[in-house]
Ligand binder design. Structure first.
Ligand SMILES: NC(=O)c1ccc[n+]([C@@H]2O[C@H](COP(=O)([O-])OP(=O)(O)OC[C@H]3O[C@@H](n4cnc5c(N)ncnc54)[C@H](O)[C@@H]3O)[C@@H](O)[C@H]2O)c1
Length: 328
């Protein structure tokens, strides 16, 4: 089995790659575990740190048809499409967001259509497809009403995934990811970057700026569970997606104030004192338009699992990304 991860050098892409290599298999269209012989990690920058002979690191621009022709062939049975321009950058650079999040996605699907082998495609959508006046608990079928260019681009991606699947060109499954927290490394250009920064930096005894108010409510999922959900979605039979291709993934609903309280519980006052509150109207507007809670009935009935609570998310970060040691 040949597996492709677009955005394979990104945060989730690299983690997924490591997890797939450790597992060694994915389910095929007949529902049987099949060995992964080749794992292509495609990105504009090289995915570093992979020495496994099954891995092929390829660099290129996903909006370039020649690059796509070089990485997708009829042996590519599974595609995790993670390459994207994330929220703040898509808002700041309208053309780039449209080119990568919409045009390149369609080009990828068209490449699969032309090859005619109907691969499984797992697509990562976002909370950002919802917005405006929302019900207190967002449902799987709540109307899409994005209030950012990123949200619009993800919503277009969802519709294209559904229609290319209905036509039998791909076997798509779309996951609306909560905000992923706590992510390791440096802050990025996502509007939600602070949702990791306000925990990660203080745990490393570094200062972090929180650009939103304490009562801002977020819907969160740990990287560990996000990766499990990506693989789980891949392995479900196509009949699961007959009614709708999209699943709102399980999350934990928490205010930013509660997140910082949990930080204090896990790492003490010294960690809490590292959070500086400095409002940013643009980030508050974007993040404030996202839902803080959604219904998990569909996700749970299919067998997707999230995190127990925010404290487990913080403890998973310390275990997975800090060798179990708090540094503050
Ligand atoms: N992390 C989150 O909180 C979150 C939440 C909801 C949805 N998502 C979605 O999950 C996916 C992965 O997110 P992530 O956090 O790993 O983001 P990331 O920014 O770490 O990874 C995206 C990758 O796409 C690559 N990319 C950008 N333009 C490209 C191009 N022209 N050609 C090839 N590759 C290109 C980037 O270099 C990057 O490595 C994205 O689709 C994102 O929109 C993430």
């Amino acid at each position: 089995m040949k597996v492709l991860i677009t955005g394979g050098a990104g945060f989730l892409g690299k983690r997924l790659a490591k997890r797939l290599l450790a597992r060694g298999t994915l389910k095929n269209a007949q529902g049987q575990e099949e060995r992964i012989d080749e794992l292509v990690l495609f990105d504009v920058v090289p995915a570093e740190g992979f020495t496994d002979p099954r891995v092929k690191v390829v660099t290129g621009d996903i909006a370039d048809p020649n690059a796509l022709n070089a990485i997708v062939d009829t042996r590519t049975t599974s595609i995790f499409h993670l390459a994207a321009i994330v929220s703040s950058q898509a808002e700041a650079d309208f053309d780039l967001g449209m080119r990568i999040n919409v045009d390149a996605l369609r080009l990828l699907f068209e490449t699969c259509r032309r090859l005619g082998h109907c691969p499984r495609v797992v697509f990562t959508s976002s909370v950002a497809v919802f917005g405006g006046k929302l019900p207190e608990v967002v449902q799987n079928d709540t109307a899409l009403n994005p209030k950012s260019s990123y949200g619009v681009q993800k919503a277009i991606g969802e519709l294209l995934l559904s229609d290319f699947s209905r036509k039998g060109f791909i076997d798509g499954r779309g996951l609306r990811l909560p905000t992923i927290s706590v992510r390791p490394g440096k802050p990025n250009k996502a509007a939600s970057s602070f949702a990791s920064g306000i925990i990660r930096e203080p745990l490393h005894a570094e200062e972090s700026v929180c650009p939103v108010t304490r009562d801002t409510r977020l819907w969160l999922l740990s990287p560990r569970q996000a990766i499990e959900c990506l693989m789980f979605a891949h392995d479900l039979g196509s009949e699961t997606f007959a009614e709708t291709r999209m699943v709102n993934l399980p999350g934990v609903s928490v205010t930013v104030g509660e997140m910082v309280e949990t930080l204090g519980k896990v790492a003490g006052k010294a960690a809490v004192d590292k959070v500086r509150w400095e409002s940013d109207a643009t980030i508050q507007r974007i993040v404030g338009s996202w839902p803080g809670r959604w219904d998990m009935t569909r996700a749970h009935s299919l067998g997707f699992r999230g995190d127990a609570d925010f404290e487990s998310i913080v403890r998973a970060f310390i275990a997975d990304d800090m060798d179990g040691k708090v540094r503050v």
